[in-house]
Ligand binder design. Structure first.
Ligand SMILES: [Fe+2]
Length: 339
């Protein structure tokens, strides 16, 4: 059962900045103990108890607990010592279960025929577009200074440089090759097809180089709302219920073309050469085939009421987190740091 429907409203009003690391608390200490070589399984259980309590406190509205649980979850998600990988995956999966209990309540939800369900999903995605966000209006319809464009692009890199790994994680969830291949075809494009130099992260890295933006991300220093955005993407594609991941990737792909086209046009107005612009030219002008193919896969599951509900919960949470994240970036851009 849902314990609250105010996920989006409980955190971003008074979250402390991620630039100041909180002192290690009980959960962090127990986690470090659990990840030591040769740690007893009882250590893992103790760490799990502390992490789940922290997650619940954070999702109930405690801003400091929210910031810390997102920080720890990101540590569990990021590549680390291979030896600790199974423990980190398991602990993250336990956190997902607490997050499930706090999924958006959707009081008006009702199951629909599949074609009507798609219309509802697409309408929800359209209504949550970033296009009307004040930061988008500033960047794409105004005359933004270079430092604002650099800030935006730095965070663009943070959240999207490893999109391919989301596709790979989700692909593993489908046993039938026909289903999984939807993501493998997408991955083939992400990897640059037969031309590794045209791998999408490589193309985006060229833009970062042009703007002198370092590729190394200091994840610990990210704002809790950015950590939450990155964590939610990873959570959805790793969740055992594919409704979470299908919804997330469908939402991301559906808005990809329009969002990238706006960035491409901005870069053109700024006189950025075609080479560094290639990532955004490519994503801003490609056709919608990925989305159509993905919907065919979604339609196979969409007769199920529980799938439809979870899919909509995933969509709602993604956009709520996205909104809070973009509001935070906009505050940063305006120089209104909250610390
Ligand atoms: Fe891409």
């Amino acid at each position: 059962m849902n314990e609250t429907s105010t996920f989006r409203d409980t955190q971003h009003a008074n979250i402390p900045s991620g630039h100041a690391m909180p002192a290690p608390d009980q959960a962090s200490i127990l986690l470090a103990e659990a990840l030591k070589p040769g740690a007893a399984s009882s250590r893992t259980a103790l760490a799990a108890d502390a992490l789940l309590a922290l997650t619940q406190k954070g999702l109930e509205g405690d801003a400091a607990a929210y910031a810390q649980y997102q920080s720890i979850l990101l540590d569990l998600h990021l590549p680390g010592e291979p030896r600790t990988e199974p423990t980190r995956r398991w602990l993250a999966s336990q956190i997902y279960q607490v997050e499930d209990r706090f999924a958006p309540a959707l009081p008006d939800f009702r199951v629909l025929p599949v074609d009507e369900f798609r219309a509802k999903v697409d309408a929800e995605i359209a209504s949550r577009t970033r296009v009307r966000h004040p930061m988008s209006l500033h960047l794409f319809q105004g005359a933004p200074p270079l430092r604002d464009v650099r800030l935006f692009l730095r965070h663009h890199w943070n959240r999207s440089y490893n999109f391919y790994s989301l596709l790979a994680e989700l692909a593993f969830r489908f046993e039938a090759i026909h289903d999984a291949s939807v993501f493998y075809r997408n991955l083939y494009g992400e990897a640059g097809a037969e031309t590794p130099e045209r791998a999408h992260p490589t193309l985006l890295a060229q833009l970062m180089a042009y703007f002198d933006i370092p590729l190394r991300v200091d994840f610990a220093a990210l704002d809790p709302l950015e950590k939450a955005y990155i964590n939610n993407r990873i959570r959805c594609v790793r969740h055992t219920d594919v409704a979470w991941g299908l919804s997330l990737v469908y939402a991301v792909e559906s808005v990809s073309c329009v969002n990238h086209l706006r960035i491409y046009e901005l870069l053109q107005r700024m006189g950025v050469p075609e080479g560094p612009c290639e990532f955004h030219r490519l994503h801003g002008t490609q056709d919608e085939i990925d989305t159509e193919e993905m919907w065919e896969l979604i339609a196979k599951f969409a007769h199920d009421e529980s799938f439809q509900r979870t899919f909509m919960q995933s969509l709602t949470r993604h956009f709520d987190i996205n909104r809070a994240y973009f509001d935070m970036l906009w505050r940063q851009m305006q120089g209104q740091h909250i610390h």
